[in-house]
Design a protein around this ligand. Structure first.
Ligand code: G4P
Length: 532
């Protein structure tokens, strides 16, 4: 029997970050194939939403069974228990993704070799960097005529503000792509298109100068490889695991996911380097994963298949100790006891009830409306985990009930969906009854409207507001804040916890306010304000 500590150290919980179409779905599928979690290629398509339109997204939401079971995928590989967290695929900027990143200990970034670093990757990476999450990089689609590898590395360093350390190096690219050279063990993996079930052919060499390389890829590509690698070793210091774990550098791998090339090497390296569960910061103290007592937080709530029942699944990230089925724990926010008779693990394609789970694991808890995103569950200690921030909205709308006969449904639906994090409900300072909805992406507005109707039988009407920038504000001296608020009432909103939000028309205006009111502090998330 493994001890709790051994179980915890085996856990590897990570998310894949990418811009739609870079290859996330394909890679996920290959990783699961290696992990023996699925046997048929194409099984992960439920989450594929790169180019989906809103109506497709709604359809997908309604087919929620699929997206729940592929939201977290568990499998074992190389002695480690892996929890792979899916970040939603739809193209709109989504808070859900950002919250998911608070539940993982490392991330894999997938970059399309043709397109380089793209917008969404940049945004997601920024959030990971805020938490110093260790990041591994996979440059995909090497079978296509992509950018020069050196140029790609430069771009990653510059745009993602992280040091790069290539651990494999491509030989040719596009039609002349021959494979990759592994800098750590001097192996050359030969590329064969569509070799989905066959491991790539491995050739071991004494080093990059070995003449055997010429015999395999030809002298011209072999010389190019030597030239590029001498440049690489001149520019980039050697890779160290400790710099990776601190989030200072990212190891970089090259391959082609669709051809199942480079994925096994990627996974082997992740299993070797990627951190076990890390310590997590609660408002009260830092919690170590191997502590005896259970603690963790809810980072996502998903409404269940049947919209007529208010059943939901709360995604619980265990931060310390061991979780046991049927044991009574404390739901810290309400102070009430909590017990789960049917916690589920998310093995790909199905959910199964488990008896125990350890720090690092993500489990599903059946919820009848008790939990809200960010809630902490413990074995009795009054802890409140930080790191589930709300993001400053970029789109504001007034919202009102369109159907007086369904006022109750409207209120309840709005409250529930806000708890799920679909949108933030904000109040105006003067007219407390009038609600404002704040979101970071247009799609959230549409989802809110559709779900209110579909799940709660309530219809809403949005009204326009001319603001597109917001910041949480506070000041050391409460009187400064008070005076500012009373001078700018029409721009002020209160969040659910009473935090003050300033709405602005532009970034330029923000700069103007910051200059004019030097004693005010401005925040892009509510984290600093509420310590959540
Ligand atoms: P995503 O989840 O990040 O949105 O990307 P996904 O894996 O769905 O891949 C996007 C497209 O890129 C897919 O093509 C996929 O087949 C292709 N792709 C993935 N890896 C590679 C690769 O290594 N090389 C090349 N050349 N293409 C790759 P699609 O035509 O949009 O979809 P499908 O019809 O193949 O499903």
């Amino acid at each position: 029997m493994e001890s709790d500590s051994e179980q915890i150290r085996r856990r590897l919980t990570f998310a894949i970050i990418s811009h739609p179409d870079a290859g996330k779905t394909t890679i996920t599928e290959k990783l699961l194939l290696f992990g023996g979690a699925i046997h048929i290629a194409g099984a992960v398509k439920g989450n594929k939403a790169g180019r989906q339109t809103t109506s497709d997204f709604m359809k997908m939401e309604q087919e929620r069974g699929i997206s729940i079971s592929t939201s977290v995928m568990g499998f074992e590989y190389g002695g480690r228990v892996i929890n792979l967290l899916d970040t939603p695929g739809h193209a709109d900027f989504s808070e859900d993704t950002f919250r998911g990143l608070s539940a993982v200990d490392s991330a894999l970034i997938v970059i399309d070799s043709v397109k380089g670093v793209e917008d969404r990757t940049r945004k997601l990476c920024e959030v990971s960097r805020m938490r110093d999450t260790p990041i591994t990089t996979f440059i995909n689609k090497m079978d296509r005529e992509g950018k020069d590898p050196m140029e790609l590395l430069d771009e990653i360093e510059r745009e993602l503000s992280i040091g790069v350390r290539p651990l494999t190096w491509p030989i040719g690219r596009g039609r002349s792509f021959k494979g990759v050279f592994d800098l750590r063990n001097n192996h050359l993996y030969l590329f064969a298109p569509k070799a989905s079930d066959v491991p790539s052919e491995v050739n071991a060499f004494t080093g990059v100068d070995d003449p055997g390389i010429d015999a395999i890829v030809g002298s011209s590509l072999a010389d190019k490889l030597r030239e590029e690698l001498s440049l690489v070793s001149a520019v980039y210091p050697p890779f160290t695991v400790s710099d990776y774990r601190k989030g200072l550098v990212t190891p970089v791998f090259f391959g082609s996911a669709i051809n199942n090339f480079g994925i096994r090497e990627l996974l082997d390296n992740m299993v070797e380097f990627a951190p076990s569960p890390l310590s997590k910061t609660a408002q009260e103290r830092t919690v170590e994963p191997e502590e005896d007592k259970l603690s963790g937080f809810i980072f996502k709530i998903h409404a269940n298949l049947n919209p007529r029942h208010r059943d939901r699944i709360a995604f619980f990230r265990i931060c310390s100790g061991r979780f046991e089925r049927n044991k009574t724990y404390l739901h810290v926010r309400t102070g009430k006891p909590f017990r789960s008779a049917n916690p589920t693990a998310f093995m790909a394609q199905n959910r199964e009830i488990i008896d125990e789970a350890w720090a690092g694991d993500i489990i599903g808890i059946h919820d009848t409306g008790t939990f809200a995103i960010g809630d902490t569950i413990t074995d009795g200690e009054l802890l409140n985990y930080r790191g589930i921030p709300a993001f400053a909205p970029q789109i504001f709308r007034t919202i009102r009930n369109a159907d007086p006969l369904h006022e109750k449904q409207f209120r309840k639906g709005l409250e529930h969906l806000a708890e799920e994090g679909v949108a933030q409900i904000l109040s105006r300072l003067k007219n407390q009854g009038s609600k404002v909805i704040g979101v970071v992406g247009q799609l959230q507005l549409e989802v809110l409207q559709a779900r209110l109707e579909y799940e709660y039988g309530a219809r809403c009407i949005y009204g326009p507001m001319d603001y597109s920038v917001a910041r949480w504000i506070d000041a050391e001296d409460p009187k400064v804040l008070e005076a500012f608020v009373s001078d700018n009432e029409r721009r002020i909103l209160l969040d659910a916890k009473g935090g003050t939000i300033l709405m602005l028309e532009s970034e330029w205006e923000l700069g103007w306010f910051a200059k004019k009111y030097p004693k005010l502090r401005f925040y892009t998330t509510n984290e600093a304000l509420h310590g959540t």
